[in-house]
Structure formats: C-alpha cells, structure tokens
Write a protein that binds this ligand. Structure first.
Ligand SMILES: Cc1ncc(COP(=O)(O)O)c(C=O)c1O
Ligand SMILES: Nc1c(O)cccc1C(=O)C[C@H](N)C(=O)O
Length: 426
C-alpha cells in the first residue's frame, strides 16, 4: 500500500482486502452509528433474529410439542448450543452447556466443586476482575462459614491495569483450594496465560476456573488441551446472543459425575427426567449442572449467531481483531499524541484481547461527546474509554473515522459541553 497509514484510502484498502467483510451485511447496525460496544452488548444479526423467530414459531404452532418437535426442539437446545460452542473454547461437545447466567454459573461451579478442607480452604482471585464474580466468591465463602476478609485472596496489580502471572503463581499457597480468574480483563483487555496458570495450579493441587466473558467469540481457547477445570461466560458480548442471553458453562470431563451443588430437574439424565422420581439421576456430562427450565427465548438467538462464528472461524476472527486493534493503536499514536491519552491495554499480540482501553482524565465526558456524535464506546471508571472493533461487523474505515472524531472532540474541546461523570449505564 502506498497511501499513508492515517489516510482514509488506507482504511478503505484494508476493508477491501478483508475476507470477513461480507458478514457486516448480516447485522442490524443502528443507523448512522459507529458501534464500538460489542464487548458490552453485541448487535443483533439476521440469523439470530431468525432462530428466535423459529422458536417462537414452534410455540405458536406446536404448543407443548415444541419440546421435542419443530426446528429447534427445546428439550435439547441447551445441549445443542453447547455443542455448537465447543470449538470456540477447544472443548469436547458434551463439556459445554448453555445455561443460567455468568454469575449463576460461577455459583454452580463453586457450590459443586469448591470443597474447603482443613487449612486448604481459601479462594484465590484478583483485584481487577468484574465485581459480580467477586460478590459471588464472597457469598460462597460466607455460605461455608468463612470470612471473605481472611479467605478471599485477591492478587494485586502492580500498575492498576494488568496482572503479572508470576504474582498469581506466588499467591498459590498451600491454603488455596480454588482459583477464579478472568481470561481477559474487562478494563485493560489483558489476556492471562490460562495454560500456564492451570499447570501451576494443578502442581499445587488447586482447582481453577476462568471467566471467559471478554474472550469468548474473540480469542481462541484450548480448554481441554490446557486441562482447565471449569469455565463460564456470557453470550451477549462478542457472541451477540442478545440482552440477557443465556450464558455458558464448561466442565472438564474429568469432573463429570460430581453431584451438582445446586440441583434441579433440568440437570437430570434426559431419559429419566420425566420419571418424576424424588431421587435425582444427574446427566453424565456438563448438562448435569443445569438447574431449572431453560430460558428458551433468551437462548434461541444464539443458534443463528453461533452458526456465523462457526462459518467465519475463530482463528480468522482473532486475526482480524488483532489487525483492527493494532491499526487503532497506530492511528491513536499518530494522531492523538498531543492530547494526554494513554493506551492502557497491553500492546503485544499475545497479551492483547479484543478492545482498546484508552485512559484520559476527561474520559467520562469524552465518551459522552463520542456518543453525541454517533460513535458508541463505553466508559469504565475511573478514567477509561473502551473501544471494541468487532471483526464481524466493524470496518477499518469506522476506526479511522472514530480517531478523526476523537481528534475533533479534543481540538474543538467538544467534551467540555458535558459533565465528567458517568451515566447510569456507562
Ligand atoms: C468478566 C465479567 N463477568 C461477569 C459479568 C456479568 O455477569 P452476568 O452475565 O451474570 O450479568 C460481566 C459483565 O456483565 C463480565 O464482564
Ligand atoms: N451487557 C451489558 C449491557 O447490556 C449494558 C451495560 C453493560 C453490560 C456489560 O456487560 C458490562 C460488562 N460486563 C463489562 O465488561 O463492563
């Protein structure tokens, strides 16, 4: 390419060469908008809309027989969606089940597999994880009669943005029974080395679970190969399953046949469930950790969405994502260096997740100015702007336009029209 990197033609050329570009037309993009918030809530695709309509159609035309008939028989949908997700996490098809929410799945994992014994009774986490996970960990400790102040160990960040894997390993002391960590940090987007952390945890006889909310559908995983014990994630961000979409749970097959800590009839062996006995016969795979009737209308969009991911290929998605975030950072370096922005996400490919995290003292109102000009980021306290270019529906041209807008917001001080405080939903 002969055009300078910060020219519009350069961006257009990148789009022309993009082999995933045809997927954009499958999405509903809010009109006149550059949507860079797919890491909070992904956009609706036509395929997701269609699979939701198919499930509604079964209800409309089949009533209760929709459980076993129609396009997506409801009785098996959670398992089918789990199988369709397996390649995204590198798991066996029966190790993944679509069920619950991120937070309830973490509760299920802990209720089932966190078994404090003697002095080996603490949980290890970190101080940068999303609050919901930490709330769940504290409440689980309390259910065991343990104090979060003494029994939840949170690894500290050296710089406020990232974690050192070696600090985490140093915190894997003899009294740790269970570890819960994010795969990708929700603010800085740092990827943790899940394989290394799992190996080190197992050397010390500690079970380990990862929250994949910010890596699922954006970064490939090899959970089985890495021997990860458990993982859980939401499907409403990169996987575009819709607001409140049903979440997912991975249980390594070596842990199958452990009685669910939170039991309910949908965790039953499917052939026994309708025997209506008061003794439960749990499924012999990840399905055992379901609880009640699946929220089918909140699971159905995933069917269409996952079909796109499987068609596009997670390796291709990751390659484009890396290219997009790299281009974003190059433009920021070139065009915004006067304005006190700090790129706070890791810059090397192996450590960089799927979004850019820009810090600025005026971040809250810069976000508001972006939104007023039809670019959708999100703000994370205290000073962060998250910008997520999504491979299946964003373009390089949109990245270029966003950086031009940021430059204009700073040059013309447009952010000063707004207060530097977050909105109710940031
Ligand atoms: C890392 C992480 N964990 C958990 C959650 C929330 O969990 P839930 O889907 O149960 O609301 C989020 C986002 O909402 C998240 O980013
Ligand atoms: N899904 C969200 C939404 O619909 C609105 C606002 C926020 C969210 C989020 O998921 C927040 C997210 N977990 C985060 O990474 O900060």
């Amino acid at each position: 390419m002969t055009e300078p990197l910060d020219s519009l033609d350069y961006a257009k050329n990148l789009d022309k060469k993009d082999t995933l570009r045809h997927f954009r037309s499958e999405f509903y993009i809010p009109s006149n908008t550059i949507y860079l918030d797919g890491n909070s809530l992904g956009l609706l695709s036509k395929r997701a809309e269609h699979s939701l309509q198919e499930v509604l159609h079964s209800w409309k035309t089949l009533g209760i027989d929709g459980w076993t008939q129609g396009e997506h028989p409801w009785y098996y949908l959670s398992e089918t969606l789990g199988e369709m997700s397996a390649s995204l996490v590198g798991a066996e098809p029966n190790e993944v089940i679509v069920t619950g929410s991120t937070t309830t799945n973490l509760h299920q994992i802990l209720s089932t597999f966190y078994q404090p014994e003697g002095h080996k009774n603490k949980i290890l986490a970190d101080e940068l994880n999303f609050p919901s996970d930490i709330y769940a960990l504290k409440s689980q400790l309390q259910l065991h009669g343990l104090q979060p102040e003494t029994h939840l160990v949170q690894v500290k960040s050296r710089d406020g943005h990232t974690l050192h894997e070696d600090d985490i390993v140093s915190a894997m002391t003899e009294d740790i029974a269970f570890i819960v960590l994010p795969s990708v940090l929700y603010r800085s987007g740092q990827i943790l080395d899940m394989e290394y952390l799992t190996r080190e945890a197992h050397k010390r006889d500690i079970l380990i679970a990862f929250d994949l909310c910010h890596s699922i559908g954006a970064v490939p995983h090899c959970l089985s190969k890495w021997n990860v014990d458990f993982a859980f994630w939401c499907n409403y961000k990169h996987l575009n399953g819709g607001p409140g979409s049903v979440a997912s749970l991975y249980v390594n097959q070596k842990h199958f046949n452990t009685s669910p800590g939170l039991a309910g009839w949908f965790g039953s062996d499917k052939n026994k469930q309708f025997d209506m006995e008061h003794t439960m016969f749990p499924a012999s795979d990840a399905g055992a950790y379901q609880i009640g009737t699946p929220h089918l209308l909140s699971a159905a969009p995933l069917y269409g969405s996952l079909s796109m991911f499987n068609e596009a290929g997670i390796e291709n998605i990751r390659a484009k994502s890396l290219k997009m975030t790299e281009y974003f950072m190059e433009l920021i370096d070139k065009q915004l260096h006067f304005y006190d922005f700090q790129i706070a996400n890791p810059q090397v490919n192996e450590k960089r997740g799927a979004h850019i995290y820009l810090e600025h003292p005026e971040a809250a109102r810069i976000c508001k100015a972006l939104k007023a000009n039809h670019v959708i980021p999100d703000f994370r306290s205290p000073h962060g702007i998250r910008l997520a270019p999504v491979p299946l529906y964003n373009t390089y041209e949109e990245i270029w336009k966003t950086v031009q807008l940021l430059k204009r917001i700073m040059d013309e001080k447009l952010y000063k029209k707004f207060s530097n405080k977050r909105d109710v939903i940031a």
